[in-house]
Design a protein around this ligand. Sequence first.
Ligand SMILES: Cc1ncc(COP(=O)(O)O)c(C=O)c1O
Length: 418
Amino acid sequence: MPASWDIDTVRAAFPALALTDDGKPRIYLDAPGGTQVPARVVERMSEVMIRSCANDGGPFRTSRDTNRIMADAHSAVAAFLGAQPDEVVFGFNSTSLIFHFSRMLAREWQPGDEIVLTRMDHDGNVGPWLIAAEERGVTVRWLDFDPDTFEYRYDMLDELVGPRTRLVACNHASNIFGTVNDVARIVAAGKAAGAVTMVDAVQSAPHLPIDVAAIGCDLLACSPYKFFGPHAGVMYVAAELRDRLTPLKVRPASFDMPWRHTPGTPSFEAQAGTQAAIQHIAWLGEHCAGFDSAAPLRQRIVAGLEAAGAYEAKLMDRFLERATSIPGLTLYGIASRNRLDARVPTFSFRLANRAPAEIADTLAQENIFAWSGDFYAYEASGRIGLRDKGGVVRLGLSHYTTAAEVDRALEVVAQLAA
Ligand SMILES: Cc1ncc(COP(=O)(O)O)c(C=O)c1O
């Protein structure tokens, strides 16, 4: 099969992309807040709920199905992250998983210990650690970013991380600037000091292949609803940390994985839908990168994300070329068209003459779906001085976005700027 991006076939996989309202097509530029889902995800979830709806662990057919659904979903996420199935935990969302693991980890902290958080993270990878630090009398130290380049101040790491550091939590791709960060470098600094390392991959997972072994982290979170799946969260827990933690589990619950770190009954349908979302990405590797459907799942996933990434790079180039020529538009993120590999297609901006909410409202009137505000990038929006000023407008592209949609959105923005 020839390797080429086939946008019409890719879009046909997503029923929501064909919807119109009052004759106006929908343009979904809200992907960083949550992506659309392929039909296979909806069909799989529906099938599971009709044919296999039961709790796990029983001898009867639907319960045995549920155990298989769980096992398959954990294997699919393991292939997606380069992990082992027994290093994968499902939860409601990334934030609640981070709260859950922070509670277990904080039991190991002593007053006077230190943790390192960053000013670029979504608050889901900040707030839970701040609360745990306060409860344990632990000092919080901050890895800053340069507000001109929108990149971490890696030069600060030596001074920030030391023998008392218990945790280093950082961001893979920013949900406000789109910067892709060198998390392996930050993780290496944390590991050298003996700290637990946590990577928030919520915004990178829809765009880049993730390899937890190459990153070297202990914990990594992502959210299936940002990568074409249902509302859920996923945490990678490296085997060594997984076995060291005293689980927050009720007494009758199994000590085996994943039950040890999955309190209560999970959404089995969300697990099935997540597996289907990963199958969609693998299908991209087959259909658009020429991989055989018999190739290992991980290979097809990586090929699918690389093919999507190459397509998204073309969209980013087009976006940057056009957006940066709009008078009065300030982009908050890497603007160089030579550095597309340093960002994901998430673009935040302001116009000199309009409030961000007004721009989002005008786009909404054109059936163009986009967010304004701070998107819980609480520290980052404060660092650039916009948290209390309406934040920014965010246009997020995906592998299902067309060049014509980018042009249309920027046309509306240009009219507002004029
Ligand atoms: C970078 C980042 N981290 C964490 C989160 C929180 O994810 P969840 O909604 O799954 O808790 C988000 C959500 O937008 C995000 O963009």
